[in-house]
Design a binder for this molecule. Structure first.
Ligand SMILES: [Zn+2]
Length: 178
């Protein structure tokens, strides 16, 4: 009886440990509101930002093919190919589809991954984070809160002060030097 209980207890412990290992990314989403339901959101500065909804044909006409593939079809550019990966100028990174400011150059760091990497967004309400269970992995997808465009993913192996790594596609961003 005692041995049976012991086995039961160790089995429970093992399954709890296993579950923890299968969920590497435990950060809470920065924003839980849903695009399109209200038509707007209020950012950290108190500005009302109206969300943008366009048809697929409208996005395709507006964006170059590489940007369309990432922003609207959740593609991923090949690493070390994006022109903003090695950009070290001071300024602001905007959503290429709707020009919402997303990241400051002051939060950019060299991750060595071949994709532009940031430790925090310029305003945490300007991006939405969506837990993605595709391809047998748990990842957190990052999208623009104004237009819903796919930007990349966020991982919890970034540097201080946040410990986060926003791994972005260069073609989903435009850069405004300041
Ligand atoms: Zn956008």
């Amino acid at each position: 009886m005692n041995m049976h209980r012991l086995l039961l207890a160790s089995g429970l412990f093992f399954s709890l440990t296993l579950n923890a290992c299968l969920q590497p990314n435990t950060k809470q989403p920065a924003s839980t509101s849903t695009i399109g339901t209200e038509g707007f959101f209020v950012d950290a500065k108190g500005d009302t930002i109206h969300t943008i909804t366009k048809t697929d044909a409208e996005w395709k006409a507006q964006l170059d093919p590489a940007s369309y593939n990432v922003l609207r079809q959740e593609g991923t550019e090949r690493p070390f190919t994006g022109k903003l990966n090695a950009n070290h100028a001071s300024g602001v990174y905007l959503c290429k589809a709707c020009q919402l400011p997303l990241f400051s150059s002051t939060a950019k760091f060299e991750s060595g991954t071949g994709w532009p990497s940031f430790f925090q967004p310029i305003d945490k309400t300007h991006v939405r984070e969506i837990t993605d269970h595709s391809a047998g992995m748990t990842r957190v997808e990052v999208v623009c809160h104004r237009c819903g465009g796919h930007l990349g993913h966020v991982f919890d192996d970034g540097p201080e002060p946040t410990g986060l790594r926003y791994c972005m596609n260069s073609v989903s961003l435009s850069f405004e030097e300041q």
